[in-house]
Every structure is written in structure tokens, then in C-alpha cells.
Ligand binder design. Structure first.
Ligand SMILES: O=C(O)CCC(=O)C(=O)O
Length: 272
């Protein structure tokens, strides 16, 4: 697979949400500038690097390459359980705007993890995030909202993708002829939305400048989440999480995953 980059005609980083919607429809990806306020971004960055360093120190460092072996980038999973600031991020109004437009409501948070690229860290396997969903696809079954914790540049591992590949309506196959990949360059604090059908991966970090991105993967509410929230979410989220967050985690089921036919534990008859 080639990993060289092209300067394709692609999404233009913007503050105009209508323009972002058009880019998402046409290219399968859009970039919203200044999506996070500076103080909030600092809080997110501090919490993320603290979690990453804690994993390193405790021998819990994880890497993830989606089917490839060579990888030295760090992955931090289950972010809502690592710091409440990530709960706020999971239900950020801008993210939910794109989630609702793409999937409707309710939707599920399938996973929320950070990918921190490091010097010479390899690309993951090129993939569509909804690749595990049987075809034929006729629409997005999920949307990945990526938060740029650091600048995303073509040399530090910015996400790379095949423009408009979402319109192929199928996952990438190993025998596909892959042309050049386009980088999504965006300043820290930007939000990137990717259609669940888009073929993408992380770029190779060639300059050694650390790049953290938080990937928040939402799906239609009919799919088992990538993260098993029932086992891995911190109990404090069940206690203190907002209604919206609990809906996203599947703790307020509306159709599937009900509890004795009800949408929450507390309403189960005879348990009060
Ligand atoms: O780190 C990146 O830029 C891409 C991550 C990714 O492809 C994913 O989490 O599905």
C-alpha cells in the first residue's frame, strides 16, 4: 500500500458548518476550525497525556494497528473512564450536531480512544470504521468525530484518507489498487468528522513531533459498541453521567438492550 501523499482537492478547514456539511457529503470528511476553546483544549490535553503517561509507567501501554503488526503509536482506550473531561467531549454539542445529522437520535458511542503518533510510528491498516458492518451499505452507519489535541500535519501522522471513498459503499479490500492518500491537516482544537464508510488511517510520523487525536466513534443504536461499556465504564459514569451520556453509552436504551422491558434500572417494577 502506498503511503505517499497528494495535495488533493479536498475539504477546506472552516468555521462555516454548512460548508463543513458539504465537504462531509462530497469527500467523506470535513474539518471545523476552533471547535474547542483554548482552556478546554488544555484540560483535554493535560488529561490525555496524564493517562498515556500513567499507562506507560504501569506497564499498561497499548498499541493498535487494525490488522498490522508494526506499530509504535500509543492508544488510550475507554477515555470517558479516564477523566470527566472526556465525558464532556463525548457529548460536545458540535459533535452531537454531526452525529444527529448523520445518524439521527438516539445514537451510541461505540468507542472513544486516543491515537498518539510517535517517531516512525506506522500507519494502521487502511480501513472504513464501519468495516465490520455487513454490506451492502447505502448510508453511514457510524460517524467518527476526531478531536485534534495537537496540530495534525503531514509529517507528524495526520489522518490520511482516500477522498470520496465513502461513496464506494464498501470496505477497502487487500487487493484494491490504492492510490495516494490525502492528509487531513488541521490545527489543534479542530474537529474532524469522518463518514463511517471513509477509507482512512493515520499517517506515518516522520518528524517525531507527537500528535494526539481523540477518535470518538458513534453508531446507529443497533450495533454492539466497540468498547463494552457495561464492563469497562467507570461506575461513576452511571452515577454522575448526564442523560445524554448515559443514552450514548446504552444505559438508557430506547429499543434494544432494555432492562426487564424498561429503559433504565430504576424504573424496573418491584425494585423501588
Ligand atoms: O490516528 C489516526 O489518524 C486515525 C485513527 C483511525 O483511523 C481510527 O481510529 O479508526
Amino acid at each position: 500500500m502506498s503511503t505517499s501523499h497528494i495535495d488533493s482537492h479536498g475539504p477546506v478547514a472552516t468555521r462555516d458548518l454548512d460548508a463543513a456539511d458539504r465537504d462531509l457529503a462530497e469527500y467523506g470528511v470535513c474539518v471545523v476550525l476552533d471547535a474547542l476553546e483554548a482552556d478546554f483544549l488544555d484540560e483535554v490535553r493535560t488529561a490525555l497525556y496524564r493517562a498515556a503517561e500513567s499507562d506507560d509507567r504501569r506497564g499498561r501501554r497499548l498499541e493498535y494497528a487494525y490488522g498490522r503488526d508494526d506499530h509504535i503509536n500509543q492508544r488510550v482506550w475507554n477515555l470517558p473512564s479516564r477523566d470527566p473531561v472526556f465525558c464532556d467531549l463525548a457529548e460536545h454539542p458540535l459533535a452531537l450536531r454531526f452525529v444527529e445529522a448523520s445518524l439521527g437520535w438516539p445514537a451510541l458511542l461505540s468507542s472513544m480512544s486516543a491515537n498518539i503518533t510517535a517517531a516512525q510510528g506506522a500507519s494502521m491498516q487502511l480501513h472504513a470504521d464501519q468495516g465490520y458492518i455487513p454490506g451492502p451499505w447505502t448510508r453511514p452507519h457510524g460517524i467518527n468525530i476526531a478531536w485534534c489535541v495537537d496540530h495534525f500535519t503531514r509529517t507528524n501522522g495526520a489522518t490520511v484518507y482516500i477522498p470520496s471513498s465513502h461513496l464506494k459503499n464498501r470496505n477497502q479490500r487487500r487487493d484494491d489498487e490504492i492510490g495516494e492518500l490525502a492528509p487531513v491537516e488541521a490545527p489543534a482544537g479542530s474537529m474532524i468528522a469522518m463518514d463511517g464508510r471513509l477509507w482512512h488511517t493515520n499517517g506515518v510520523n516522520t518528524d517525531g513531533v507527537r500528535r494526539a487525536g481523540i477518535f470518538t466513534w458513534y453508531t446507529l443504536p443497533i450495533y454492539m459498541p466497540q468498547e463494552n461499556w457495561f464492563l469497562s465504564a467507570s461506575p461513576s459514569i452511571r452515577q454522575f453521567g448526564s442523560e445524554t451520556l448515559q443514552t450514548l453509552l446504552g444505559f438508557r436504551p430506547q429499543v434494544l438492550g432494555r432492562i426487564n422491558g424498561q429503559d433504565r434500572l430504576e424504573k424496573t417494577p418491584g425494585t423501588e
